[in-house]
Ligand binder design. Structure first.
Ligand SMILES: NC(=O)C1=CN([C@@H]2O[C@H](COP(=O)(O)OP(=O)(O)OC[C@H]3O[C@@H](n4cnc5c(N)ncnc54)[C@H](O)[C@@H]3O)[C@@H](O)[C@H]2O)C=CC1
Ligand SMILES: O=C([O-])CC(=O)C(=O)O
Length: 337
């Protein structure tokens, strides 16, 4: 058996964490041979709930879970962690956009960036789930200058999973038959879910999704809108935001970062933009990435339609605006934000 690794989940008493902790502790992210010490970080009013979560994790009797460290102290929560799932933040309610959470949540990510900088391993992989996820990841990285900025990412995997599921249902094929759907830009209602590069395998033949669906009206219309607004649809139905599917997506994201992507396949992650595809530089923008040896690389050379280019420009503009707003909420003397 390998040496245990330390993994922190923030917002550990919340609803996403309730599904996520179990999946991590079962070995679904880091592997079935990787023992884990789980750090559970939440805030003081949630200590009682956290105790209940600790009891349930013990009662799951999971062989890979060697220790659980519940805490409200970021110094303890982030100490020596190799992976961080930053979930803890306020969720939106019906009628809100995710960016409405910016002023409440952005300060959490400043504190956690500082704590990661001081206490985490320098090669820690950080996944920001708490909304607005892209801008929170940007803020978090800016306050952790000793950790490479490539180690910070924001979750758009839930959008990718939603989009893949929509296309598979439309074509009447299993989810596993659809690959390479892309989410571009912000995890918000301006994101661009793009089936333009996607492939489907049916009856042993690989085809482009565009040809298989043969309905541009759908691919540029209700497909895009359904995925953009899926989070709001879940809130309208459940009166709470997505949790089970968000936890599954967080596992998928970290799993692929840790283990790599299959040849000729890519996944979408919010990562630091280098200006690829005319996106604004130095915001956290969701791109298609390939991953090897725990390093992601933006897939280059894809041909985008004029429709796609317009969509990328809209979501990029929103990310630039969110960055400016974050700056006005935080100390404006952060040099690298
Ligand atoms: N990127 C994505 O695809 C998705 C993001 N989200 C976002 O994830 C976040 C969490 O959602 P839920 O688990 O449903 O919310 P929740 O309200 O059930 O749980 C949030 C937890 O975070 C804790 N928390 C608050 N401030 C904290 C801090 N400074 N340090 C540690 N913990 C803290 C709270 O006490 C609470 O236990 C929300 O911002 C939500 O909008 C949700 C679904 C998908
Ligand atoms: O919509 C929300 O507020 C929660 C979320 O990010 C999602 O479900 O994609």
């Amino acid at each position: 058996m390998a040496e245990p690794i330390r993994v922190v989940v923030t917002g550990a008493a919340g609803q996403i964490a309730y599904s996520l902790l179990y999946m991590i502790a079962r070995g679904e992210v880091f592997g079935k041979d990787q023992p884990i010490v789980l750090h559970l970080l939440d805030i003081p009013p949630m200590v009682g709930v956290l105790e209940g979560v600790v009891m349930e994790l013990a009662d799951c009797a999971l062989p890979l879970l060697v220790e659980v460290v519940p805490t409200t102290d970021p110094a303890v929560g982030f100490k020596d962690v190799s992976a961080a799932f930053l979930v803890g933040a306020m969720p939106r309610k019906e009628g809100m956009e995710r960016k409405d959470l910016l002023s409440a949540n952005v300060k959490i990510f400043r504190t956690q960036g500082q704590a990661l900088d001081k206490f985490a391993k320098k090669d820690v992989k950080v996944l920001v789930v708490g909304n607005p996820a892209n801008t929170n990841a940007l803020v978090c990285s800016s306050y952790a200058p000793s950790i490479p900025r490539e180690n910070f990412s924001a979750m758009t995997r839930l959008d990718q999973n939603r989009a893949t599921s929509q296309i598979a249902a439309k074509l009447g094929v299993p989810i596993s038959a659809v690959k390479n759907i892309i989410i571009w830009g912000n995890h918000s209602s301006t994101q661009y879910p793009d089936a333009g590069q996607a492939k489907v395998t049916a009856n042993g033949t690989v085809k482009s999704v565009v040809d298989a669906i043969n309905d541009n009206g759908y691919l540029q219309g209700s497909f895009v809108e359904t995925v953009q607004k899926r989070g709001a649809a879940v809130i309208a139905a459940r009166k709470m935001s997505s949790a089970m599917s968000a936890a599954k997506a967080a596992c998928d994201h970290m799993h692929d970062w840790w283990n790599g992507t299959a040849p000729a396949q890519f996944v979408s992650m919010g990562v630091f933009s280098d200006g690829s595809y005319d996106s604004p530089k130095d915001v956290i923008f969701s791109f298609p990435v390939e991953i090897k040896n725990k390093q992601w690389k933006i897939v280059s050379g894809l041909t985008l339609s004029d429709f796609a280019k317009t969509k990328l420009s809209v979501t990029g503009k929103e990310l630039q605006e969110e960055k400016d707003e974050a700056l006005s909420v935080l100390d404006s003397n952060v040099s690298n934000l």
